[in-house]
Design a protein around this ligand. Structure first.
Ligand code: UGA
Length: 432
């Protein structure tokens, strides 16, 4: 099939590349000339394991191409994917749909034969209806169908999630569009995944509801972790014990810092806002948002307690600063709440992250990036394990720090408190 992917951000680039790997002819387009130039010379603008190899392979086999000529790409394709950003509008909770509607207007001008227009951007309920309205203005003899096909890709695991999804959700009332979408996804759904066909509005809500539910699971376990800290119970055992019940499931029950990233915080806010437009109060999701915000302050207080209120001049090392491993993404990472506070209180903050220096952090007073774990940890008073990168999982802290008295705050519960105790290391985890 001939596909045009509009928007070469995270979702567009991963989806376009994977579709080309399944044998489709894919043109990825973007208005950003610099990005397209880079992609055409093999430079991948995002950090995603396995993506570079896959782009290069399909590019060289001419199944995948990059262009700024959006009109031509639309005309040449049967299926057009809208994969542009829907950031939160400043000082509001609303998703900004301006890029989605700009794309819809461009498609409107270039429809030359029947097209399936697929929205993959995360959008509030009724956005598909609005896209259809825009397209109908110039194409009264309806030669298109608008479909909702949300993405469920996790950063750092996106290629695996694309090829082996739990489900593919397709929202459309058109039998023709559904048939085309099903055959596009056939190589994937042949394996173990389910193809789930529903209404367009239903698919739009499934996306937000899934992210909000996962955020709820995390906030739930994080709050229970607070209780475990007061009652000498290990939250890891509680997660395992709960997760064994198949109705609950063990995944996304890892207690940690506040959840972050470009999706959960933005999508929970947008869902609450959408519901309010329909005069519905999603009180549970509202409280999840509040609980997650509070958690950032709670972590700061905990560091204060661990350091017995003596933060000034303390050497504090952050291992990992991104919101999760296998990504360079800093959006809504809890480190962005913790490090500025510690810097303000006069601590000497050092940090190491496998994806390198972070511009914003380097602007802060007494905050320094080190390009290796050894120098970052040397003579530290407190090591904060912020992100669970694999390279932090087997460290010999005594050797790394090189002094007798230091503390560890493990925000991802990587290490065993018992082993740390045996090694006479002052260790603090989350909910244990
Ligand atoms: C999330 C969803 O998992 C994807 O299904 C979805 O497609 C994507 O948002 C999106 O809407 O585009 P992502 O934000 O990449 O993916 O990352 P997650 O792996 O979901 O992690 C989000 C946050 O939750 C991270 O800060 C992570 O550390 C935290 N988390 C996750 C926990 O604290 N505990 C857990 O058990 C799991």
């Amino acid at each position: 099939m001939k596909l045009c992917i509009i928007g070469t951000g995270y979702v567009g680039l991963v989806s376009g590349t994977c579709f080309s790997d399944l044998g489709n002819k894919v043109i990825c387009v973007d208005t950003d000339k610099d990005k397209i130039k880079k992609l055409n010379s093999g430079i991948i603008p995002i950090y995603e394991p396995g993506l570079e190899e896959l782009v290069k392979k399909n590019f060289s086999q001419k199944r995948l191409s990059f262009s700024t000529n959006i009109s031509e790409a639309i005309k040449k394709s049967n299926i057009i994917f809208i994969c542009v950003g829907t950031p939160t509008i400043k000082k509001s909770n609303k998703a900004d749909l301006k890029y989605v509607f700009q794309v819809a207007n461009t498609i409107k001008k270039n429809i030359n034969n029947y097209k399936v227009i697929v929205n993959k951007s995360t959008v509030p309920i009724t956005t598909g209806d609005k896209i259809e309205k825009i397209l109908k203005k110039k194409n009264k003899n309806k030669s298109f169908d608008v479909v909702s096909n949300p993405e469920f890709l996790r950063e750092g695991e996106a290629i695996r999630d694309f090829i082996y999804p739990d489900r593919v959700v397709v929202g459309t009332n058109s039998k023709k569009a559904n048939r085309i979408m099903k055959s596009l996804y056939l190589p994937i759904i042949k394996k173990v995944s389910r193809y789930f066909h529903t209404s367009r509005r239903g698919a739009e809500l499934i996306k937000y509801a899934s992210n909000a539910f996962l955020a709820t699971k995390i906030s739930f376990i994080n709050e229970l972790a607070n209780l475990c800290e007061k009652t000498s119970i290990d939250i890891k055992n509680v997660s395992l014990g709960m997760g064994l019940d198949q109705r609950i499931g063990e995944r996304f029950l890892r207690a940690g810092p506040a959840y972050g990233g470009s999706c959960f915080p933005k999508d929970t806010r947008a869902l609450v806002q959408t519901a309010e437009n329909f005069k519905i109060n999603l009180s549970i999701v509202k409280n999840v948002i509040k609980s997650n915000e509070k958690r950032k302050h709670l972590l700061i207080n905990r560091i204060r307690e661990i350091l017995e209120n003596k933060i000034k001049n303390k050497k504090i090392t952050f291992l990992g600063v991104t919101f999760k491993p296998n990504t360079d993404d800093m959006r809504e990472a809890s480190s962005l709440a913790m490090i500025p506070y510690l810097s303000k209180k006069g601590a000497h903050v050092r940090y190491y992250d496998p994806t390198g220096e972070k511009k914003y952090l380097n602007k802060l007073k007494n905050v320094k990036f080190y390009n290796n774990i050894n120098s970052a940890c040397k003579k530290s008073d407190l090591i904060v394990i912020h992100t669970e990168w694999n390279e932090f999982k087997q460290l010999n802290f005594k050797k790394l720090v090189g002094k007798k008295y230091f503390k560890i705050y493990d925000l991802r519960n990587i290490y065993s408190p018992i082993k740390m105790f045996k090694n006479k290391i002052n260790y603090f985890g989350i909910g244990r």
